[in-house]
Design a protein around this ligand. Structure first.
Ligand SMILES: O=c1[nH]cnc2c1ncn2[C@H]1C[C@H](O)[C@@H](CO)O1
Ligand SMILES: [Zn+2]
Length: 379
């Protein structure tokens, strides 16, 4: 009865925990910035064709090949102005899509080629997010964006980036992450960074259980102490579903569910990197049914040609999700955010729940309107 249409999905208040700044540029902005900064390696210079190129190139079935496409976005994000613009447009685009709270991540160490310092990178991105929030407000939309600082798992700067995240805590940065090719780069190589953050009572998430399975999830949780799992989708490898529908959770899957570890699931991205083969077959269906702390995310809007609304449209199509399901995912995400508890609670009670209540009550008023129309035409 309350299956949402596209317009309702877009207007519904959504919460996004896993979105890469360098994976979400507008294609036209990539073209503009390449021209302005003298970046000559773009495979296409027409925005439409460039957007299609990113989607196709990222659609290889391999995480390593998917990640190669980032050389072009990172390539044009090497100046202060470019970072401010990309961050402002990110916040604006998310707000236009109905996102009310987002944590957007990027790796400061990848933006130093033009001579910026790590601090200048963080300050430029923060400035952009504040500008985007302001523009959204002028358009009558409300969004709050926090930054997550990512360290690249194949590099050796994790402790330095963790210290940077800690220094900019309460100044626009809400946590830390590690990303990059998973196989061959275990998170335990960066234990010093995680231990530092734990001593500082700071928060972090780790990309795990995407291209590599249970050992990666286990390490991220039990060795590194991650607060959330970036993807974590392969936790289904520890869940057995019998022919009669009975379900048996292994020890790790039980731990993840019992401890309410948030899973930052990214359906479209998983289809492109081969972690899932269809929306209907995506583990999110099972994980939602089993009441894991599942959340819906975009990962890389440019590479997947997606948005939060599109991710939900796919899920509504595949699983028949209703506005109640959308609210469940959004509340789950908000509970799992890295901002203080009282702010999360206020977002849930004062923004998310009223937003869904408004949408869920629309049918009442639509029915009155159509009754009066038919009365007029009957007369
Ligand atoms: O899905 C992903 N898995 C692992 N690494 C990723 C994914 N999406 C983006 N990245 C990498 C490429 C970016 O340059 C970096 C920082 O945002 O994070
Ligand atoms: Zn990611």
């Amino acid at each position: 009865m309350n299956t949402p249409n596209s317009d309702q999905i877009r207007r519904a208040p959504k919460v996004l925990l896993h979105d890469h700044l360098d994976g979400g540029l507008r294609p036209g902005t990539v073209v503009d910035l390449a021209r302005e900064t003298g970046y000559a390696a773009l495979p296409e210079t027409d925005p439409g064709r460039l957007g299609a190129w990113f989607r196709a190139a990222a659609d290889s079935g391999s995480l390593e090949r998917y990640l190669e496409t980032f050389s072009h976005t990172v390539g044009v994000m090497q100046t202060r102005d470019a970072l401010v613009r990309v961050a402002a447009e990110c916040a604006e685009d998310l707000a236009a899509d109905g996102v009310v709270y987002a944590e957007v991540r990027y790796a400061p160490e990848q933006h130093l080629e033009g001579g910026l310092s790590l601090e200048e990178v963080v300050e430029a991105v923060n400035e952009g997010f504040r500008e985007g929030e302001r523009r959204a407000r002028e358009d009558g939309r409300r969004i709050r964006v926090g930054a997550l600082l990512t360290a690249m798992r194949h590099a050796a700067r994790a402790l330095e980036i963790a210290e940077l995240a800690n220094r900019y805590r309460d100044l626009g940065v809400v946590g830390f992450d590690i990303a990059g090719a998973e196989a061959g780069h275990p998170p335990t190589r960066h234990l010093d960074a995680f231990e530092f953050l734990k001593r500082e009572n700071n928060h972090f998430t780790i990309h795990a259980g995407e291209a590599f399975g249970l050992p990666s999830i286990w390490q991220a949780l039990q060795w590194c102490g991650a607060d959330r799992l970036g993807h974590g989708v392969r936790i289904v490898d520890d869940i057995q579903v019998g022919a009669d529908g009975s379900v048996k959770l292994g020890r790790l899957a039980s731990y993840v569910r019992d401890k309410r570890i948030p899973l930052e699931l990214c359906p479209s991205s998983n289809l492109q990197t081969g972690a899932a083969d269809s929306y209907a077959g995506h583990p999110i269906g099972l994980l939602r049914r089993l009441h894991f702390r599942a959340t819906v995310n975009t990962d890389n809007r440019l590479m997947s040609g997606t948005s939060m609304s599109r991710e939900f449209e796919h899920l509504v199509g595949a699983f028949g999700y209703t506005l109640d399901d959308m609210q469940w995912f959004s509340v789950n995400a908000m509970k799992s955010a890295f901002i203080p508890f009282d702010e999360r609670l206020a977002m849930i009670n004062d923004v998310i729940k009223p937003g869904y209540a408004e949408l869920k009550s629309e049918w009442l008023f639509r029915q009155t309107a159509s009754t009066s129309r038919s009365a007029v035409s009957d007369g």
